[in-house]
Design a binder for this molecule. Sequence first.
Ligand SMILES: [Zn+2]
Length: 85
Amino acid sequence: MKVTAPEALTVRPLPEICRAARRVNCGECWQVPGKPCTAEGDHVARFGRAMRRGLISGPDLLAVLGTLNAFTTATVICDARDGAR
Ligand SMILES: [Zn+2]
């Protein structure tokens, strides 16, 4: 019997997910692709949009949202490595 490893649900590091999400414009503040929404990071709306376009995966999005206790589409995701938010 041949056993193959299941496809891993790999989640990228947060800064990488943020960079990918930044390739779309933001549905919250309409920031243009390539520029962060705020000095601190990007809106949740942008991550949802990036997922719909296939730039980030569902697990990536869940990993980002999992760091929050509560959020709206206007919540800013901080891409700082130390988790400051
Ligand atoms: Zn925004």
